[in-house]
Design a protein. Structure first.
Length: 236
């Protein structure tokens, strides 16, 4: 029996952010897209998820979902068979970056979810191309679907997240670190650093994608995830 696969979406996103991957993996794997809306701290989100997830599973998280994935591994490493961190940060927010989120959060609290979405995911965060406007429209629709209360909690969780570098150094499982090549040179350098922290990690840079490679370059992203899922498990 193939391992169950758990996917954790980014802020403002629901299962649709993994639509192409769901279609590709559902033939051979039991897949769970778990909402990351159950708390205003990463620790609370992860704790609530562990109560309902399978006993053992492969785990892939996108951006905020990657932060939740790292917290799950910190709390319950024996339950995770392999981990994929996409568009991730293992660093705590600085006081300045946390403060910069506050005006954006106020827009969501006032019900202006389109402005919130634009603040979190500006147009130039995605790679240029005909799909960019379509992806932005989908993100805005997902944000509307989740509602202001949920995405404000998610933004608070970003503000309060801890540093996970020590967690990554202890990971002893097949690991994938993935980012979009057009997410900026700083993002590519950050992901190379994260991959170097994890003993068994592979780095995949998806060209033609920015901050949402699952939608911008779905085939290349799915191929990288397929390769990761086929890596032999590491005996611990």
């Amino acid at each position: 029996m193939n391992e169950p696969l758990v996917l954790l979406p980014d802020i403002m996103c629901d299962a649709r952010v993994f639509g192409p991957q769901l279609a590709a993996f559902s033939k051979d794997h039991a897949i769970t897209v778990a909402p990351i809306t159950g708390g205003d701290r990463i620790e609370e989100i992860a704790s609530n998820l562990l109560d309902v997830l399978p006993r053992r599973f492969a785990l892939a998280g996108l951006a905020l979902g990657a932060s939740a994935a790292m917290e799950i591994v910190r709390r319950a490493p024996d339950r995770v068979t392999r981990i994929a961190l996409m568009c991730a940060s293992a660093f705590a927010e600085t006081p300045q970056s946390a403060a910069d989120l506050e005006p954006i959060i106020m827009k969501a609290r006032a019900g202006n979810l389109a402005a919130f979405a634009e603040g979190i995911l500006p147009f130039d965060a995605l790679a240029p191309g005909p799909q960019r406007g379509e992806v932005i429209a989908l993100v805005q629709d997902m944000a509307e679907h989740l509602g202001s209360d949920a995405i404000v909690r998610q933004a608070r969780a970003i503000q309060r997240r801890r540093d996970y570098q020590a967690v990554l150094r202890k990971i002893k499982m097949p690991a994938l670190v993935l980012c979009g090549g057009q997410d900026g040179s700083a993002a590519v350098k950050r992901h190379k650093f994260l991959a170097d922290l994890i003993p068994y990690a592979e780095l995949s840079v998806i060209e033609g994608a920015g901050r949402l490679p699952t939608l911008e370059q779905p085939d290349a992203t799915t191929d990288a995830l397929m390769t990761w899922m086929k890596q032999p498990l590491i005996l611990r």
